[in-house]
Design a protein around this ligand. Structure first.
Ligand code: FES
Ligand SMILES: [Fe+2]
Length: 328
């Protein structure tokens, strides 16, 4: 399989309204459009006539009309020319699906499965979209180790002066890499601590698994007492998809959920949704800023001096190459 053969969340559904939108996947230019019926089409972003960008066109009923000479294309890519009705023209098409508030795309002939969301009892806080000017591997590296959390993050992760106490464990299968961290939590505001039901001596727990069709990690974040095992009231589950726009840019699509043990609808989380969304968006922007500051954006790990938290880098790279890119 090649990278475009996997299902990727290329756009949040709320960003696809009346007009077509240009997106990129592993260097391929794709146009997404929503027909009047609500159905979504994903085509190569160039017109088979004289290669105008279809994303500059307009949706007319069930079809996308090219800006240049007005040829139109269905969601399946079947073209019609108003000036030459008998002409047969086809725009390249992709498979497309809409779910979890995003538009997902893969190449038309692949058999890849849609990634599964295990969110029973969880409440969707928000879906977010961020662009990072860095290659896929380096972005995944950042999201798969917690040694950067003391300096980069305000909320998730561990304090620098106690980082040496943090434990890390790895569990792998042929197709996944799991990382578990536990250690003393960061000190953040009392309001937030109280809202999330975090006891004073609780530790921060981080347990995530990365999968490679497409490349994404599923994170569980919670706080718990190191001796009694008592957990805080609200647990986070994040699905973060790492989609290469091209070799130098990666798009992050985050689906954020929480499970709350407080009473009431969605465990009272609905009221604080805006705050949690803001916190999370801020935390991800901090990662983006760090990544864009890298002096060398070569994804090769040879020559890097790696730490005890970095074993995951090599494990992920092997699977990205084999499963995601299809290189033996
Ligand atoms: S280039 Fe699209 S109709 Fe001519
Ligand atoms: Fe981070």
């Amino acid at each position: 399989m090649a990278s475009i053969d996997h299902w990727h969340p290329l756009l949040l559904s709320r960003s696809l309204k009346n007009g077509p939108v240009a997106v990129r996947l592993a260097g391929r230019e794709i146009v997404l459009f929503r027909a009047q019926s609500g159905k979504v089409g994903a085509l190569e972003d160039y017109c088979p006539h004289r290669r105008m960008r279809l994303s500059l066109g307009k949706v007319v009923g069930e079809r996308l009309r090219c800006l240049y000479h007005g040829w139109t294309f269905s969601c399946q890519g079947e073209g019609e020319s108003p000036a030459t009705p008998k002409l047969y023209a086809c725009a390249g098409r992709f498979d497309v699906q809409e779910s979890h508030g995003a538009v997902w795309v893969k190449s038309a002939d692949s058999k890849a499965q849609m990634p599964k969301f295990d969110i029973d009892g969880f409440y969707n806080i928000c879906n977010l979209h961020h662009r990072v000017k860095a290659p896929l591997e380096l972005v995944v590296d950042n999201f798969c180790e917690i040694e950067h959390t003391p300096t980069t993050h305000a909320f998730f992760g561990y304090p620098l002066e106690r980082m040496h106490e943090v434990e890390v464990e790895f569990e792998t299968t042929d197709t996944s890499v799991r990382v578990i961290n536990r250690g003393p939590r960061k000190d953040f505001g009392t309001v937030l601590r109280w809202m999330l039901g975090i006891g004073r001596d609780y530790h921060f727990m981080d347990d995530w698994t990365t999968y490679f069709s497409p490349v994404h990690s599923v994170y569980d974040h919670w706080w718990q007492h190191p001796v009694t095992g008592r957990e805080n009231m609200v647990r986070w589950r994040l699905y973060i998809f790492f989609t290469p726009a091209d070799e130098n840019e990666t798009v992050l699509t985050t689906f954020a959920f929480t499970k709350s043990r407080y009473p009431g609808p969605a465990g009272g989380v609905r009221l604080f949704r805006w705050l949690m969304r803001r916190k999370l968006d801020h935390e991800i922007r901090l990662d983006v800023r760090i990544l864009e500051g890298l002096a060398d954006k070569n994804p090769n790990i040879d020559g890097m001096k790696l730490s005890r938290f970095d074993k995951v880098l090599g494990l992920n790279r092997e699977r990205i190459e084999r499963i995601y890119r299809g290189n033996a």
